[in-house]
Design a protein around this ligand. Structure first.
Ligand SMILES: [Zn+2]
Ligand SMILES: [Zn+2]
Ligand SMILES: [Zn+2]
Length: 369
């Protein structure tokens, strides 16, 4: 569970009382740990599932609203080999790839473990090839390459496949698609308090106020949504609070900084930032590809790489759909308005856009193509 509450009024009162206000983003991030039994089970032991229990509507894998990966625990007589050498183990899946589609169509009854543990360590079991006695243990496993191809993760099809595969990080992967899922794993949220100086909340608050609560990268003004503006340490040293080392960044620009690929952003927050960027003319029509990559949700980057390689023009980001004479009724993540073609994440947005004559693909349909 994560709380988003505007504490500015409370803080104003606290300041009047002469006390020090603390940054809610900064503290609640860690306090709001997972209490839901599903979250605990998913992150600690994993949950036994069959493919039909897994939601694949987005092309990613979800269990009860949480993003998960799937792996097969039973390694049979191969278990010792897999414990000795990760490449010998079964691959784990992060998307509804070719392999899983085939499994499903063949009606193959495989038991998977669904987990959102991003440590990359997996508990596997099986039998000794010599004695047939049970063998079990923890090992690293490799990600399924069909999954990377299916999602065109980091431009897998156009880029250096071996580099993208060897550098694959589960933490970064989950954060990339964080905004597609209603529930966010608590362990991805927040940073460690102890790395900061005790006066950091005050320094951060002052710094952002000095910048008029404007993101120093994309320029979006967040004075009405201050919790979506962070103060970033440019050199990564969280005790180095010299002004020249600080930068006010919206959560979307912040997560796109080097070595910040563990940061997650919720879908509602991303949509809000996109809406504000449009209202403030930061997201515009006819932007170049690099601007589009900078301002789009990282979860649609695979699709962007694909259409760029096909020679398409860059799309509009966060295109708003209006009901005739009414307010905004939906948002397309990516849209080519001239062709009336777009990509959307939420089923409601897809439905609304189709009713207005748009050809809209869900993330999964886009990946299936
Ligand atoms: Zn796969
Ligand atoms: Zn920004
Ligand atoms: Zn940072």
């Amino acid at each position: 569970m994560r709380l988003t509450v505007d504490f500015s009024a409370l803080h104003a009162t606290v300041r009047q009382m002469g006390a020090q206000a603390t940054d809610p983003e900064f503290h609640l991030g860690q306090k709001a740990t997972a209490l839901d039994p599903i979250d605990i089970a998913l992150s600690e032991t994993g949950i036994d599932v069959s493919l039909k229990d897994v939601n694949t509507n987005t092309g990613l894998l979800a269990y009860k609203g949480r993003q998960v990966l799937l792996y097969i625990q039973d390694h049979g007589l191969n278990v010792q080999k897999a414990l000795d050498n990760r490449s010998a183990g079964r691959k784990y899946h992060v998307a509804f790839c070719k392999t899983l589609t085939e499994m499903q169509s063949k009606g193959k009854f495989e038991r998977y473990v669904a987990t959102n543990d991003t440590s990359g360590e997996f508990f596997i079991s099986g039998l000794s090839i010599h004695t047939r006695s049970p063998v079990e243990g923890k090992t690293q496993l490799n990600v399924c390459k069909n999954c990377l191809e299916y999602l065109n993760y980091q431009g897998y099809k156009q880029g250096s496949r071996s580099t993208i595969f060897s550098r694959f990080s589960l933490t970064a992967f989950f954060a990339t698609y964080s905004s597609f899922f209603p529930h966010m794993p608590s362990r991805l949220a927040g940073e460690n308090d102890s790395l900061y100086t005790p006066d950091w909340p005050m320094i951060s608050g002052r710094y952002r106020a000095d910048r008029d609560f404007r993101c120093e990268s994309c320029s979006v003004n967040l004075s009405n949504h201050k919790n979506l503006l962070h103060t970033h340490h440019k050199n990564g040293v969280k005790t180095d609070n010299r002004k020249s080392n600080l930068q006010a960044l919206c959560v979307d620009c912040h997560r796109k900084q080097p070595s910040h690929d563990h940061m997650s952003v919720r879908h509602a927050d991303m949509q809000l930032i996109t809406r504000l960027r449009r209202e403030q003319s930061i997201v515009k029509k006819d932007m170049g590809w690099s601007e589009v990559f900078k301002l789009a949700d990282p979860g649609v980057h695979g699709i962007l790489y694909h259409y760029r390689s096909k020679g398409w023009n860059p799309p509009d980001v966060g295109y708003e759909i209006h009901e005739p004479g009414k307010c905004i009724v939906g948002q397309l993540e990516l849209a080519w308005p001239f062709e009336r073609f777009g990509i959307a994440i939420s089923e409601e947005d897809i439905y609304i856009a189709r009713r207005q004559g748009w050809q809209v693909l869900s993330m999964r349909e886009a990946a299936d193509q």
